[in-house]
Design a protein around this ligand. Sequence first.
Ligand code: FEO
Length: 401
Amino acid sequence: MPIQTLAPNVFEVGASHADRKMFDAFMPTPMGTTYNSYLVKGETATALIDPVDPEKLDVLLANLEAADCDKLDYIVCLHTEQDHAGTLPDLLKLWPDAVVIVNKKVQELLETHVHVPTSRTTVVNEGETLDLGGKTLEFKMIPFAHWPDNYMAYLREDRILFSSDLFGSHYASQEVFSTDSNDQRMAARQYYAEIMMPFRKQVEKHVAWTREKNPKHIAPSHGPVWYDTTKILKLYESWVSDEVKKKVVIGYVSMHGSVERMVEKYALRLAHHGISVVTRNIAAYEDSLTVEVGHLASDVVDAAAIVIAAPTVVVGPHPAALYLAAVVNLLKPKARFLQFLGSFGWASQAPQVIEGAIPNYKGIQLEPLNIKGLPNDEDIEKIQAAADEMARQLSEDELVK
Ligand code: FEO
């Protein structure tokens, strides 16, 4: 990724990783990602805001050279995760006098995760500033946007908010500034699902602060810079709000067709009620589980309900459904309702096992429907009745819009 100019003496010098297909080994990144790194040259000092993933150190160093940067006074480390701070030890060897700006939590985690000694760091607190000479960075703590350590840096003179992981997207583009591309919105949504959704209520406060601050640009640590901040702020405000869309997301696995038939009848009935339905066969093909569940996580960001549908294996749920339940439990979507649909051969504890696998889910769990064998006419009536009940619940819930 070539260097790009955001404002006079403010450059993006990070790296693109267009062929990265997976993040954190469980979220698909079909559009790759970038590790953004920002260089701010003041009249008296130069600061680098967040380095890059270790795999892309060479790109960062080449870009710093291209930006005529032969000395770093400060490296502002907004977050410890290794896709940003993993190159810090190398940079500190190259610039032995550089001071690493951190908050207290980053300082602690840098020592344990990246082995950067505290002697190389200077701690900043909420609202404090770093004067680079005509360029002033003001710091804002944003705990749990993604880890407890994240904080942001606001460049006062140019009104650019360096937002760390917040407002990021796994989207490798040659354009440093955001476009109207639907792909980028989808990438931002998928990113939100994995990184921000588990901490929705904390993130809501950080979004409100950003709206109030009214930066000219938002420059996250992944994906293009949000040139028009209203786009990403509106998206985030909708995602973090308690409101959900009239949408049901069904993740299913089927071995001999019984569950698939149940899902088909259920989904068609919901559609008959005017409800949007997303179905994902999470075990449709070899190696599809992680990818499909990852995309499903994005589907449920604003969904009113989640349905997990699976056959019984031995007496428990198919393990693919357990993986889906584990991801739902981890990411804590705001869906108002959840239901289990299943089919079994001779005995089943699948509904109870799925319920026990999602203790973090705080919505309403509707009565599960677990039928024996291939659904017959009587079973299909029960499936349609279950869909009717789901539709009724959605229509009566004031947060379903
Ligand atoms: Fe991109 Fe939480 O690091």
